[in-house]
Design a binder for this molecule. Sequence first.
Ligand code: ADP
Length: 262
Amino acid sequence: MPEIQALGIDVGSTTTKIVGVDESGQMVWHLLEPAEPRVAEQVEHFLECARQEAGSLERIPVVATGYGRRLVRLATRQVTEISCHAREIFREFDHGGTLVDIGGQDSKVIGISPQGKVLDFVMNDKCSAGTGRFLENTASRLQVPLDCLGEEALSTSEEVSISSTCTVFAESEVISLIANGVPLRSILRGLHRSLIKRIVAMVRTVGLVPPLMLSGGVAQNPAIRQLLEEETGERVILPLYPQLVGAQGAALIAMEMRRTES
Ligand code: ADP
């Protein structure tokens, strides 16, 4: 197995991710776990796993990103998720475009230049209605496994419009629709549509420059991709590991630091 030469750690609000890259910037190791309230302890555990994998972390630069990046005391540098996402997207696709990142508790739209630079971005971290949490809450309330939500939503063309714009009210609305005999799958389709409409409003703010790309844990939901394509009329491209893009970008930046220092 190729050696880990640099590490990127993404301390998200819902999951914590760490990625190790080799000299060429290829991912050779990773770990992903649900975020724990004791962030510093979890980060220490991740770095201990990396230490075991790499033998020693002494000469290995670590770049931290994500909302909890400042809690990674061992980090050589802390970098915003926006920069890390743009960096990895450019490595993987070798072009720019418009990236939609939907995480557990925030969502972002980033305009990336053909040379991989961040041109513009918008971020929603104030309202959970445009994030993974919106679907997660309903999934657990309706006892639908998270990774079946998208398929369920796509299994019908009948869609119920969800009028509530807030996660908490949407949950009550869903319960009342179920009580009125509305099929679950039509409700789920409507919920996905509601999330996507919020995302598309953000895309319009930044301005859609194709190709349109999708990252974050929610990118693994097939209905999100399909409805985003429907609403924008653009084909949506997914990176190989959508949920790891931030950590991969951080590891790449760490690798570049290593190269310039040696
Ligand atoms: P963050 O970086 O903000 O912590 P992530 O990018 O890790 O968030 O995304 C977490 C979100 O991804 C969760 O809210 C969850 O809803 C969603 N998610 C993870 N796996 C899947 C899956 N297989 N299908 C649908 N959604 C998923």
